[in-house]
Design a protein around this ligand. Structure first.
Ligand code: Z2T
Length: 838
């Protein structure tokens, strides 16, 4: 693309109405946007019109910073991080941009002077739910931290037309509804059709000899897809850095339609267009499991190829020779979803840019780095060779060649070890042949990291053990983190103000500064403020639950919350066993002294995951009985909050007293919800899994409720031969709980409804609920006892927040920069580049 030098543009004065931050200016700009962008005036404007007018007002202020940033990055050809991810779970943009611009209060005042309520307008935004859960949200937190730390970066992904489905609950069951996040338009993105990129699929390859007599391969595709970038500016907190999230939409290339159109096959051309557009239609709603679908592989090559070609164009645009690609870019692969990048970068360098194999391989390895997010075997991506070769014939050839060189290397390091070769090969040949994407990612990257200390250790000992023995120097840990901007400042303004009134506001950028709160832990005035804030937030949630679920909740009860995707390994049903245990105790002795609790659940199940959906049904069914049983006398309430999302999460974390992090040890790679709860003053009940281990280490064991088997104990028990029935027969309370469900007590007498779930527990119990049951119940009894000592609980809550500084995503990004990316910050100054310079 050529840029046109334009004297007038160089001298453009950006109008104050598009940059000014005063209340007066914001009001003027807001009305201006309502008029000129929405085409409305106050008398007829809808709430959504007002939201849009405000969004454009804020966007204008972002654009000034965005363009300044782009100009400086381009002029200096700054080293840049490319974060490749199939998911970005951004959450609503408006509130976050107000926080990061530092104009939340001004805007609140401006809209209120116009007779509007800011909270009301924020509520209007349909969040882009372009992710499943932890992995997608982590990508979003990392983009926020990279902008805040002034690290040049690009997030690359797919602009799904339908993000994660909306969840409704009907008769206690999950029902999926398509998510139409774009139906009112998206004010935060700018489409860049002039920067479209083309991606080939299918067809076959042909060998030929080029004019210099070298062996070359030509790929004749069956289909070409056009990728159109849509860019969203992402502003750092109180910096001028605005980086870019670049998401690709799939379209049919014009030339293809025309050919068909001319030959009279109009419907055929439209069909072709629809097939192409299907590519970016919908996010696959599976968290932690891979199904090997063709369209999913097509999505992966689509966004990876668009992104790598885009980077190469940027390299050329900045006059960097292609041999220095790895100096301009470092490419982080968010799990194996973008791991095809290894073969695609090789193909681009060799086939499209005439580079030799060895040089291309060295550049590829130096550019790429791989993050693993799971140990679950069912989540490890493998593609049947036949499917892979049909869609990506050239990539398959390249992978075979990489594999050949790689296995030679393995042979040299471990001679006469054919079993090792079989285990490590990029191709699984044990039955039907598969391409193993994690192996490809390991071989093609210079860095391999896990997302919590325990997870990295288990990767090295277990899932990637052979690769650890082969390349120990590539492995490193990067414990996850979350952004305090969205998950404290934006979502919990009351706590934010209290903290800042005591220790100033440096902690927002330097989360370790929260430790200064420890000085106030014995100050009764501070403790009582801490308590009344939690109580006020709980009141808000009580009102919401009353409205949403029609359930009356006691605000003084323990708010015991488990909010995360539904999965058997996360053990929401263990939580359910605890509820029934308490219920049984009340039924046996209605006058028993029990600390009142409200059990709150939120989360979606993958649409095809029957057992997870049955667990949702079980929880709702328990709620129906427990919430309405007069014997319970409001001491227990069970609430399922439907359609858990980022927007909703922001309301939930601040209201929690107790955070449930109860996965079977060794299964949760890290967890990040655990961090968000603890940062909002909730105490954690958890197993020694993922980042729980490190959270406990930081906050102190006396401030954390630990229970259950450790990862090594889990392995040992399974190796010995685990028999869940033994626990059932020997544990009176456990038996009563299971029998209560089996009796049909929660299913109107239907004894079949929950049988599949009970059978899976009694005869398999893959995630060891029965083995951990008693430890969990004992620990919960202890929680109830501690909660009665309100001063002690408050003290523990304050110490949790004060000691959580490590879990800022700023710390994670800082570590990635140091250990993997080798990149420095590039501060952005405003003004010089757009305004008059001669
Ligand atoms: C996901 O959210 C996670 C792992 C995946 O493995 C896939 C998805 Cl969609 C392929 C989660 C982990 O389960 C969680 O423990 C971790 O905290 C999170 O990724 C971010 O690393």
């Amino acid at each position: 693309m050529q840029t046109v030098p334009n004297h007038q543009v160089d001298n453009l004065q950006i109008e104050d109405d598009r940059t000014g931050l005063s209340v007066e200016c914001l009001k003027r700009a807001f009305l201006d946007n309502l008029f000129y962008v929405q085409g409305k005036f106050p008398k007829i404007a809808t709430k959504n019109d007002y939201y849009m007018a405000l969004a454009y007002t804020v966007r204008d202020r972002l654009l000034q910073r965005w363009i300044n940033t782009a100009v400086i990055y381009t002029d200096r050809a700054s080293r840049t991080v490319s974060y490749l991810s199939a998911e970005f779970l951004m959450g609503p943009h408006l509130g976050n941009n107000l926080v990061n611009l530092g104009i939340y209060d001004q805007v609140k005042q401006a809209v209120s002077e116009l007779g509007l309520d800011l909270e009301d307008l924020l509520e209007q935004e349909e969040e882009p739910g372009l992710g499943n859960g932890g992995l997608g949200r982590l990508a979003a937190c990392y983009l926020d931290s990279m902008a805040t730390l002034e690290i040049p970066s690009l997030g690359y992904g797919i602009r799904y037309e339908f993000g994660i489905f909306d969840q409704d609950i009907r008769d206690g069951w999950q029902v999926e509804i398509t998510d139409k996040w774009l139906h009112c338009g998206n004010p935060w993105e700018i489409a860049r059709p002039e920067w479209a990129i083309y991606v080939r699929l299918g067809g076959h390859t042909e060998a030929y000899t080029d004019e210099r007599g070298r062996y070359r391969v030509r790929w004749i595709p069956f289909q070409v897809i056009k990728g159109v970038p849509h860019d969203t500016p992402l502003l750092g907190y109180k910096t001028n850095t605005a980086n870019t999230l670049r998401l690709w939409t799939a379209e049919a290339p014009e030339s293809f339609d025309f050919a068909a159109f001319n030959s009279g096959d109009y419907l055929g051309a439209v069909q072709e267009k629809m097939v192409s557009e299907n590519l970016s239609k919908v996010l696959y709603p599976n968290d932690d499991s891979s199904q090997g679908k063709r369209l999913r592989l097509a999505q992966q090559i689509f966004f990876v190829s668009c992104s790598l070609q885009d980077m190469i164009r940027i390299v050329f645009g900045q006059n960097v020779p292609l041999e220095k690609f790895h100096e301009k870019f470092v490419v982080q692969l968010n799990d194996t979803h973008p791991a095809i990048a290894v073969a695609e970068l090789m193909r681009l360098l060799i086939d499209e840019h005439d580079m030799g194999w060895d040089q291309a391989w060295s550049i590829t390895q130096k550019s790429l780095a791989y993050t693993n997010h799971t140990l679950l075997p069912e989540a490890l991506e493998r593609w049947p060779i036949s499917l892979f070769g049909e869609l990506l014939p050239r990539h398959l050839e390249i992978i075979y060649e990489i594999n050949y060189h790689f296995l030679e290397e393995v042979k040299a390091k471990f001679p006469a070890d054919s079993d090792r070769l079989r285990r490590m090969s990029l191709i699984d040949e044990s039955g039907e042949k598969y391409v193993r994407m994690a192996h490809l990612a390991c071989v093609g990257s210079h860095s391999i990291n896990g997302v919590a200390a325990l997870h990295t250790k288990l990767l090295q000992q277990d899932v990637l053990r052979d690769f650890y023995q082969m390349y120990p120097e590539k492995f490193n840990n990067k414990t996850n983190g979350v952004t305090p901007r969205r998950f404290i400042v934006l979502s919990n303004p009351r706590l934010t103000n209290l903290i800042s009134s005591k220790i100033g506001d440096n902690w927002v950028k330097n989360l370790k500064d929260l430790k200064h709160l420890e000085a106030f832990v014995d100050d009764p005035e501070f403790c009582s403020q801490w308590r009344s804030i939690k109580s006020a937030i709980k009141q808000d949630l009580v009102a919401y639950i009353q409205k949403q679920n029609g359930i009356t909740v006691n605000p003084d009860s323990i708010f015991d919350i488990q909010a995360k995707r539904f999965h058997e390994y996360k053990r929401q049903h263990l939580n359910a066993l605890h509820i029934i245990t308490l219920y049984n105790r009340i039924k046996a002795n209605p006058d028993i002294d029990i600390t009142p609790r409200t059990f709150i659940f939120g989360g979606k199940a993958a649409p095809g995951y029957y057992m997870a959906k049955l667990i949702i049904k079980l929880i709702n069914s328990i709620g129906d009985v427990v919430n309405n049983d007069p014997d319970v006398r409001d001491r227990l309430k069970v609430v399922f909050l439907k359609n858990y999302s980022v927007k909703f999460a922001q309301r939930v974390y601040p209201a929690a007293d107790l955070s449930e992090q109860i996965s079977m040890a060794g299964k949760e790679a890290s967890g990040t919800g655990n961090m968000k709860f603890a940062l909002n003053g909730a105490l954690t009940i958890g197993t020694l899994d993922g980042a729980n281990v490190e959270i406990r280490e930081e906050v102190g064991e006396e401030n954390f409720f630990i229970f259950g088997l450790t990862a090594p104990e889990v392995y040992a028990l399974k190796a010995r031969g685990y028999r869940p029935l033994d626990y059932y027969h020997s544990n009176r309370e456990l038996k009563a709980v299971i029998d209560r469900i089996a009796s049909g007590h929660f299913s109107h007498g239907d004894t079949k409804l929950f049988k599949p779930l009970l059978d899976s527990l009694l005869y398999r119990d893959e995630y060891l609920l029965f083995a951990d049951y008693q430890a969990y119940i004992d620990c919960q009894d202890y929680v109830s006892q501690v909660y009665r000592d309100r001063d002690r609980w408050t003290r523990m809550s304050i110490l949790n927040v004060a000691r959580m500084g490590k879990f800022s995503s700023d710390r994670s990004i800082h570590d990635y920069c140091q250990d993997i990316w080798n990149i420095q910050s590039v501060p952005i100054e405003l003004g010089e580049c757009i305004q008059a310079k001669e």
